[in-house]
Design a protein around this ligand. Structure first.
Ligand SMILES: [Zn+2]
Ligand SMILES: [Zn+2]
Length: 178
């Protein structure tokens, strides 16, 4: 039995209908119930003023403190640009087999790359990023299969190539928690 709850908190503006669709998609992928929590304020505490980006690990530490283990797994969605110290940016970050993850929509919009807005592509990237990070919380590491949602994305092109599905190997490796 997989976790029964996957609260999604959303620091920053994400259209509510998108949160609902995302909740449904992530829930269906892992056979878990997902609910949307109250919005959080923008995570200004995690801002690195030199990089003008937000520290993903600080955000995870905040989520782990703010929510108890009883709340289940936590996936936060934010529109701020995230980084970890060794990388220029991250699309998302999660504790492996942990209970907190965050994804950023900052680099998922076509407009970020100077192209016309495309909501379908945008949502598909958000969905894959969310499923990928939840996969990490459920014990999955990166997968070599380009089409598997657990394949690492260094660019949005990587994200666009992969499907929102787990390959059979990854599916078999899901951590079982109750
Ligand atoms: Zn990953
Ligand atoms: Zn895989």
């Amino acid at each position: 039995m997989l976790p029964t709850r996957l609260p999604i908190v959303s620091p920053g503006p994400t259209p509510p209908c998108q949160e609902k669709n995302l909740c449904d998609a992530v829930g269906a992928s892992f056979d878990l119930t997902c609910r949307i929590l109250d919005r959080e304020p923008r995570p200004e505490f995690a801002l690195n003023k030199v990089r003008e980006q937000y520290d993903a690990l600080e955000l995870l530490a905040y989520l782990e403190k703010r929510y108890s283990a009883r709340d289940g797994l936590i996936l936060a969605i934010t529109d701020v640009d995230l980084f970890i110290s060794v990388l220029t940016f991250v699309f998302g970050e999660a504790r492996l087999s942990g209970r907190a993850a965050v994804i950023s929509t900052f680099r998922l919009r076509e407009q970020y790359y100077g192209r016309p807005s495309d909501e379908e592509i945008f949502f598909s990237r958000v969905e894959k990023s969310a499923i990928h990070e939840v996969g990490h919380m459920l014990g999955l590491v990166h997968c070599a299969d380009l089409n598997c949602v657990m394949h690492a994305s260094n660019t949005v092109a990587d994200t666009d190539v992969k499907s929102p599905m787990l390959c059979p190997n990854c599916h078999a490796g899901l951590r079982k928690i109750s």
